[in-house]
Design a protein around this ligand. Structure first.
Ligand SMILES: C[S@@+](CC[C@H](N)C(=O)[O-])C[C@H]1O[C@@H](n2cnc3c(N)ncnc32)[C@H](O)[C@@H]1O
Length: 265
């Protein structure tokens, strides 16, 4: 992979995903695209790039799925779920329309969205309220995995024992688990590119967008955070990842600490 190949790949990634690939990511990009070269039979990066550009409609999904980084886990940054349980849920319980709408944006394989669902179910929200959790990601593979809700058994390491009992079923060999249907039914998975149009009509009570914007430049972050503000009522919450911040990007939220923000206008 020449520097020129890398720059072309980085330019395509930025344009279509918002993901910034600095030169220090060259080894990672090399490994991921080399895999696709082997699958397609192209002998070098330049030929594959030519093919990608000429057949972007057909090949873009494969390319994009290689570019994304999907690291996630159940109960990741668990203080956010404590906040949901202790602060947000008591407020949601007072809603007269009994509608609960939460968005896991950049959901990867769905473990964040399911942790939200577990937290609501534990607070007995699932039956008494009209609960819908939207889980979206750009990568079509992770969206399918999320909708299936099937994971290796060792991904339960971060899940408390009582939640494992309540919310998962094991397969016969015990090496895989599946989120129970009653929980899966609360979560709706969709492919959505955050850079493009959003089809959702209503607002959300809470938006989780954690460990997504770290891959974007400040301009994209600014646009995105202001769009999130449009999708929240005043008082609604935006929860971002531990290394992310709204500082200098939007003044429409106030910080509540722990990368939790509340919309002010
Ligand atoms: C590191 S994962 C974070 C998963 C989860 N939110 C968490 O914190 O555990 C980042 C996700 O953002 C998604 N992503 C990256 N660019 C995106 C875009 N333009 N639109 C939608 N999702 C995107 C990636 O596909 C990836 O699954």
């Amino acid at each position: 992979m020449t520097e020129r190949d890398f720059d072309e790949i980085a330019a395509l990634a930025l344009k279509h995903t918002g993901i910034v690939l600095g030169r220090h990511k060259a080894n990672m990009v090399y490994g991921r695209i080399a895999r696709r070269l082997r699958q397609t039979g192209y002998r070098n990066f330049a030929d594959y790039l030519e093919y990608l550009k000429d057949n972007f409609r057909d090949e873009s999904t494969n390319f994009i799925n290689l570019i994304t980084t999907n690291l996630t886990s159940f109960y990741r940054e668990s203080h956010h779920f404590d906040f949901l349980r202790d602060t947000v849920i008591p407020e949601l319980k007072k809603k007269s329309d009994k509608k609960v709408r939460i968005w896991s944006s950049g959901c990867s394989i769905g473990q964040e969205a399911y942790t939200i669902a577990f937290t609501l179910a534990e607070a007995h929200m699932a039956s008494a309220f009209d609960v819908k959790i939207l889980a979206t990601d750009l990568d079509s593979n992770v969206v399918s995995t999320g909708a299936e809700g099937v994971y290796p058994a060792d991904s339960l390491m971060s899940v408390p024992d009582d939640a494992v009992e309540k919310f998962f079923e094991k397969n016969r060999t015990g090496n895989q688990v599946r989120v129970k249907k009653s929980i899966r039914d609360l979560v709706h998975f969709k492919r959505l590119n955050l850079l493009e149009g959003w089809p959702m009509k209503g607002k959300f009570d809470v938006i989780f967008c954690r460990n997504v914007v770290i891959y974007f430049n400040r301009e994209t972050q600014k646009t995105l955070f202001n769009r999130y503000a449009d999708y929240l009522p005043v008082g609604g919450y935006l929860i971002i990842g531990h290394s992310e911040s709204l500082n200098g990007l939007t003044d429409r939220f106030k910080s509540l600490g722990n990368t939790i923000y509340q919309k002010i206008y």
